[in-house]
Write a protein that binds this ligand. Structure first.
Ligand code: FMN
Ligand code: 173
Length: 377
């Protein structure tokens, strides 16, 4: 992999995500860039995610003392500096050789919570070792091979992850036409294999240590990642195997929010996977208000898909999200300048949220409510 601009310093990095995205397109090869940038189908959901934020105006109120501001958020008993965490993003070594280790260090430097993907390029234990004291959760693709899923949950507990995020919108991979046209599949290249290769249960199935260079091993992994047979009933099994809080990522329908409450889930993430799974589906922001209405604050509601700037975070908060997840933007930072690039994106985001809060007339993120926004006519 080439990383042509890895020597770029912090000060030279742009402050808008669109410019960073352009730089990323020149920093890495076409396959990986398209992989992060594109969506499923004709990308209508991908477009809808960002467009949905434009449907709302912030209507500020002034002459409130905003000289001291509290942008912090508390989730599942943990407080962190700003109302966002890093979305789980797999295969990060296709964007920068240090992959998740670099983004974990940047998250640690800023105290931004990190969600490690099942399909990380580095083992979850190594990622944890780079996270300092920053909160960390483990995103699980609940494998069709249950022994493997349980083994990963055990390892996540042992490595200090404090919640399990189960992604429910990926019974199989979305139809990503651009990646198919590019014949580009990071999974088939073995870039998301680390958590399997380092797993004692997985290793126990081979006479010699399994390697990403072995096509049979990779095929074996690709065959067990996803689990299209999962149902709400399976949640019981998952709960039997961990005491950690469980969040479901990929809730879009009000009925699923009701079922999540009914099944004793500890949090939900309103998400369409950044438009990478079901094309033509509802944008996350559009889905949020009615879901927040059903949840009534009983469990945390998070949102991702389309968060690009501070005003997006404030709008999501006003429509009922407790916290949002940042996805593609930090990967553009990673692609352009590794750890420094991610840290640059995080610091910009923290600052932009703070400025937006003050200019909206609020001194605390916790006070933001629907009175702050109005839908465009
Ligand atoms: C390159 C890439 C890899 C991703 N990998 C995962 C993953 O392993 N697990 C997961 O639950 N979501 C994954 N996602 C989805 C993100 O967690 C998040 O839902 C999405 O990026 C939000 O959309 P946005 O980046 O446009 O804001 C991935 C997204 C991207 C762009
Ligand atoms: O691309 C994704 O959205 C995703 O979840 C994933 C991540 C790594 C490998 C395969 C799929």
């Amino acid at each position: 992999m080439i990383c042509m601009t890895s020597s770029i310093s912090h000060v030279e990095l742009p402050h808008s995500i669109s410019l960073l995205e352009q730089m990323a397109s020149k920093s890495i090869e076409k396959g990986p860039f398209t992989y992060v940038h594109s969506g499923a189908g004709n990308e209508s959901t991908l477009r809808a995610n960002e467009a949905a934020f434009e449907d709302w105006y912030i209507v500020p109120q002034y002459l409130n003392d905003v000289s001291f501001r509290d942008t912090s958020a508390t989730l599942l008993g943990t407080t962190f500096p700003s109302s966002f965490a890093l979305a789980p993003i797999g295969v990060q070594s296709i964007f920068h050789p240090e992959g998740e280790l670099a983004s974990a260090r940047a998250a640690a430097a800023c105290g931004v919570p990190f969600i490690a993907s099942t399909l990380s390029s580095y083992p979850l234990e190594d990622i944890a070792a780079n996270l300092g004291n920053t909160p960390r959760w483990y995103q699980l693709y609940w494998s069709n091979d249950e022994e493997m899923a349980i083994s990963m949950v055990r390892r996540a507990e042992k490595a200090g992850y404090s919640a399990i995020v189960i992604t429910i919108d990926t019974s199989l991979l979305g139809n990503r036409e651009r990646d198919l046209n590019n014949r580009y599949s990071p999974l088939k290249l073995g870039k998301g294999a680390a958590n399997y290769l380092h797993d004692p249960v997985f290793q126990g199935r081979f006479a010699s240590p399994p390697s990403a260079d072995d096509p049979e091993v990779i095929k074996n992994i690709v065959d067990i990642i996803f689990n299209p047979s999962l149902t709400w009933e399976n949640l019981k099994t998952i709960k039997e195997h961990t005491k950690l809080p469980i969040l479901l990522k990929g809730i879009l329908h009000e009925e699923d929010a009701r079922k999540a409450l009914h099944h004793g889930v500890d949090g939900i993430i309103v998400s369409n996977h950044g438009g990478r799974q079901l094309d033509g589906c509802i944008s996350s922001l559009e889905a949020l208000p009615s879901i927040a209405e059903i949840v009534q604050g009983k469990i945390p509601v998070l949102l991702d898909s389309g968060i690009r700037r501070g005003s997006d975070v404030v709008k999501a908060k006003a429509l009922g999200a407790d916290v949002v997840l940042l996805g593609r933007p930090f990967i553009y930072g990673l692609a352009v300048a590794g750890e420094q690039g991610v840290e640059h994106v995080l610091r910009n985001m923290i600052n932009d949220i703070d400025v937006t809060l003050a200019l909206s007339g609020f001194a605390s993120m916790k006070e933001v409510n629907s009175s702050l926004i109005r839908r465009k006519k």
